[in-house]
Design a binder for this molecule. Structure first.
Ligand SMILES: [Ca+2]
Ligand SMILES: [Ca+2]
Ligand SMILES: [Ca+2]
Length: 340
C-alpha cells in the first residue's frame, strides 16, 4: 500500500468516523431497537392491556438462560469474598441479617442442582447445561454485578437498595418491555401469541406436560432474534416491579416499570406451567426473595448507538481524498526520482 493510500485512509476515517466495533459480549445477541405494540393482542388478559406503543433502545441479551454451570462459576468466584453460605442458602457477606437470599443450594432445597461442600460449589452431574433455578431476583442481580466487575464494567445494581442504574455500562436484568420486545423478535405484523406463531406444541418449547423437568438450554429452535427458550424451560426474572395496571400509565420511551412494589416481573413460562404462560404478552410475578424450581434468568446489557455508517456522499469524499493524496504522492515521488 502506498504512503498516499495509507494517509488517505487515515484522513478519510478521521473525516467521517467509522462504526464502532459492535461485537457482542460473549454469549449475547444484539437486539436492534425499535417500536412495538406491547401487550396482549389475542386473549384479553386484563393486566396486559391496553396494548400500547413502546420504544426500546438497542440492547444485548443473553442467547441462553443462565445455566447451572455459569451460575456455579459465579458462586465459586464470589466465595468467600463476596458471598457466604448459611443453612445451605447463599447471601452477600454484607447481609448480616440474612435479609436478601441469593440462592438455595441443594441442602436447603432439593430442587437446586448446585451443591456446596468444602468451600466449593459443584453442579449435579448431567445438569451443567440446564438453566439455573432456585435463584432469587437478588441472586440474579448480584450475578449481573459480578459479571460487570469481571469485565471492568460499572455495576448497575446497588446491592443494598437494589436500585438499578441504567446509565452504568454493566449487566442487568432486562426490563419487562425489553423482554417482550426480544421475545417477539420482530414479528409485529401480525403479532403472534408465541414467539413463533399462534399455537404451541411440545416440539416448540418445554412446558407443562412435555418433559416434566428442565432441559439443557438450546434444545428447541431459537426465535427470529436467535434467542433460545424465551418461552418455556424456566421463567426469567425481569428488572421491573410488577403492577397489574402499569400498562395504563407506561411511558412510551424505554419503560422501566413502577418505582416500587412487592413482586418482580417474571416472563416466559416454565417447564411445569401451561402453554398460557409461554405467551409473549403473559405477565407473571414473584416476590424477589423467592427463587423456585421454575425460576431462572438471562442478562441484558445496554448498548450505545455507534456513529452512523458513512453515507454515499461521505464515501465519495473519502474516495476523493484518497485520489488527491495518492496522485500527490505519485507526482512528488516522480519529481524526486527525476531530480535524483
Ligand atoms: Ca425461559
Ligand atoms: Ca427454594
Ligand atoms: Ca423449591
Amino acid at each position: 500500500m502506498s504512503r498516499g493510500l495509507i494517509v488517505g485512509l487515515v484522513l478519510g476515517v478521521m473525516v467521517v468516523g467509522v462504526p464502532v466495533d459492535a461485537a457482542a459480549p460473549e454469549g449475547m445477541m444484539l437486539i436492534p431497537g425499535g417500536e412495538f405494540d406491547m401487550g396482549d393482542h389475542h386473549d384479553g388478559m386484563p393486566d396486559a392491556l391496553p396494548v400500547h406503543a413502546v420504544y426500546v433502545n438497542s440492547f444485548y441479551m443473553d442467547v441462553y438462560e443462565v445455566t447451572n454451570q455459569r451460575y456455579c462459576a459465579y458462586l465459586n468466584s464470589a466465595y468467600p469474598s463476596q458471598i457466604k453460605v448459611d443453612g445451605g442458602i447463599v447471601y452477600s457477606v454484607e447481609d448480616t441479617g440474612n435479609s436478601y437470599p441469593y440462592f438455595d443450594t441443594d441442602s436447603a432445597d432439593p430442587d437446586s442442582q448446585i451443591h456446596f461442600s468444602g468451600g466449593v460449589f459443584t453442579v449435579t452431574g448431567g445438569k451443567e447445561a440446564h438453566p439455573v433455578r432456585e435463584v432469587s431476583w437478588y441472586g440474579a442481580a448480584a450475578m449481573a454485578n459480578w459479571r460487570s466487575m469481571e469485565e471492568g464494567r460499572t455495576p448497575c445494581y446497588n446491592l443494598s437498595t437494589w436500585a438499578c442504574d441504567f446509565g452504568a455500562n454493566g449487566y442487568r436484568l432486562p426490563t419487562e418491555a425489553e423482554w417482550e420486545y426480544a421475545a417477539r423478535a420482530g414479528n409485529h405484523d401480525p403479532y403472534y401469541r408465541y414467539p413463533w406463531g399462534d399455537t404451541a406444541s411440545c416440539s416448540d418449547a418445554n412446558y407443562e406436560g412435555c418433559v416434566g423437568e428442565t432441559v439443557s438450554v438450546g434444545s428447541y429452535a431459537a426465535n427470529a432474534y436467535g434467542l433460545y427458550d424465551v418461552a418455556g424451560n424456566v421463567y426469567e426474572w425481569c428488572n421491573d416491579w410488577y403492577a397489574a395496571g402499569y400498562y395504563e400509565i407506561s411511558p412510551y420511551d424505554n419503560p422501566q416499570g413502577p418505582a416500587t412494589g412487592t413482586h418482580r416481573v417474571v416472563r416466559g413460562g416454565a417447564w411445569d406451567r401451561s402453554d398460557d404462560h409461554l405467551r409473549c404478552a403473559y405477565r407473571h410475578q414473584n416476590v424477589p426473595d423467592a427463587g423456585g424450581s421454575l425460576h431462572g434468568f438471562r442478562l441484558a446489557l445496554g448498548w450505545s448507538e455507534p456513529p452512523p455508517v458513512p453515507t454515499l456522499s461521505e464515501w465519495g469524499l473519502i474516495a476523493m481524498t484518497l485520489l488527491v493524496l495518492t496522485t500527490g504522492t505519485l507526482v512528488y515521488t516522480r519529481r524526486r526520482l527525476t531530480l535524483g
